[in-house]
Design a protein. Structure first.
Length: 195
């Protein structure tokens, strides 16, 4: 978890387009707790859905204190999801996603999710897609949604005190935002992939 200090001004993208996603005026702990709250609301009628904040996990190379974990059973099998909360003032970098992949490999978790306050760099999204890691942007419902697509799209409605979105590839080299908060079907498709 980053201890970056939130800024009051909007960032500027490489194309000099104003970023309307203001930085969070929230502590790192409160941000992690908000992510844990969303994860707790995701009870998908799975057996034993359990969410923990600051969960120590033993791995092959030591113990990791994970921001948020979710455990459940599906079809008699145990599953573990690792959530990394990135309340950075800048978009999440590829190296942040690489660190989560290392933790997944070490702990044997089945899914990784990076939750960002300020979005993701393209290299982070490409790496996440290649390794099956979900990228989610946590948005306060009072804020404005801005699409990163080249074509104009209608933003999804914001719900609750915080809303979780998954950034999923659209098949045309870009990404779509899918609302997770309050949508069990979207959560299933973003977090539980079937081969």
């Amino acid at each position: 978890m980053s201890n970056d200090t939130p800024t009051a001004t909007a960032a500027t993208t490489a194309a000099d387009e104003e970023d309307h996603w203001p930085s969070f005026d929230i502590t790192p702990k409160a941000y992690e707790e908000a992510v844990a709250g969303i994860a707790k609301s995701m009870n998908l009628d799975l057996v034993g859905w359990e969410v923990k904040h600051l969960d120590p996990l033993g791995g092959l190379d030591g113990t990791y204190i994970m921001d948020v974990t979710a455990r459940f059973q599906l079809a008699g099998m145990d599953f573990l999801i690792l959530f990394e909360c990135k309340r950075h003032k800048d978009p999440v970098k590829r190296s942040d996603v690489q660190v989560l992949l290392t933790k997944l490999q070490s702990t044997g978790a089945q899914k990784g999710v990076v939750v960002a306050a300020s979005g993701f760099q393209s290299g982070a999204l490409e790496f996440a897609k290649a390794h099956g890691i979900a990228c989610v942007r946590l948005v306060d419902n009072a804020w404005t949604y801005v699409s990163r697509h080249t074509s104009t799209t209608t933003p999804p409605p914001l719900t609750g005190a915080y809303s979780g979105y998954a950034m999923l590839p659209d098949g045309e080299g870009d990404y779509e935002f899918t609302l997770l908060t309050g949508s069990a079907d979207n959560i299933r498709s973003a977090l539980i992939t079937t081969a």
